[in-house]
Write a protein that binds this ligand. Sequence first.
Ligand code: AHR
Length: 500
Amino acid sequence: MSSVRLTVHDAFALGSIDRRLLGGFLEHMGRAVYTGIYEPGHPTADEDGFREDVLGLVRELGPTIVRYPGGNFVSAYDWEDGVGPLEERPVRLDLAWRSRESNRFGLNEFAAWCRKADVDMMLAVNLGTRGVDAARNLVEYCNHPGGTFWSDLRKQHGAAEPHGVKVWCLGNEQDAPWQIGHKTAHEYGRAALEAAKAMRRVDPGIELAACGSSNSRMPTFGSWEATVLEETYEAVDYITLHNYYEDVEGDLPSFLASSDSMDDFIRTVVGTCDHVKGKLHSAKTMNLSFDEWNVWHQTEFHRGDDTRVPWRDAPELAEDVYSVAEAVVVGTLLISLLNHSDRVRMGCLAQLVNVIAPITTEPGGTAWRQTTYFPFADVTAGARGRALRVEVDSPRHPTGKYGEVDSVVAAATHDEVSGELVLFVANRSTDVAVPLELELAGSLAGHTALRHRVLQDADPGATNTARQPDAVRPRDVPVNGPIRLEPVSWNVVRCARRPA
Ligand code: AHR
């Protein structure tokens, strides 16, 4: 049986990890908000109507920042509808998801929820149907201390202190024909630049993300990024990436290799950023925000623009049930993000609750962890300090879509305070177990594997459901010999000096 050798030296660091790499996403879509995180009258609802059972699961999952309110939803959303007295808030048609939006949950509710969930806010502004004016007013409402129309309105609405929102997305997927207010790259670049200028004049401390492509298969991918960055380069801090992965053809080996495609996508966008940097003779290096990524059964999903569907309140949308194999893919996507964390500084698992999510709820009932919950929770708990480069010498296997690929992929983080080295390792082979060999060098030379946690099942199709919420759980495997990476498995190996 051939083994995989992972070589790690503490001198080969990619740099410190921005913890905002491990964010989530909450959109007004389906049951993410209503009967997801917010359900007044639910047995666990607190005084704000937030489900405590869900809050507990979110805290345990550990996202650091949550993007809100969309997504496609934001491109026709008037943020003013979601603030102020509940009885005065209008019911609107949400054109993104063909839903009725009650606006009972809005900005200040989100801010209160984030405080309870212990996450930072990432807000998106509407650059679809709106523009500079609504965007700069929103920043004033959120971040200005007081004494002006919008900041005093916030106080009147019960939020005495500014929300201090640091990260702002300049619209959402404006390259996409399905987007309300879809734009050409040039039109969007101009709109984003002008919004960015005004928003920064209100609060110079904010960070801004310009929209990249909706995915790497878009016909304008590449040229979109180049044009948008040429317009906005000095005014923004990030270009965004979105991509969802799925097993379309029942080809598990190819699906399990999806992170190779994510690696390639990131490298290509980095290349475009650096091309524009050179072209503009800029001293600044553009960072990336991968603010939508996940596994999504997208081919089964009916878009929100199907006018045959009746208007509904918080309908069930994209409530994918995830398997162990899909959790392993989520783990490999996290490995890809960690291995590019020198340039990908922020990321959002899309989404958080019910809609393509690691947490599922029943209205009035229980909430449980999907399989994909576990690799994400492992990384938020374990990835501290710096990402280190891992040299992977792995057996390889063929796939239909990507040719020969490494069976094993890995990322490493090193917490210089505790000294702990954490290895995140996935075996993408469907049938071969791979023994793990570690070559730890530099100050890591005395380290040894002390703990091994694995997510794997005899049936890679196993799932968690309301009836069997704990059918799939990670397990701790005693480390008293060589570590074995089971086929289709996600592994966390914690290394430190053995206690004397
Ligand atoms: O996350 C679901 C949707 O996927 C978002 O609204 C949109 O940005 C993307 O296409």
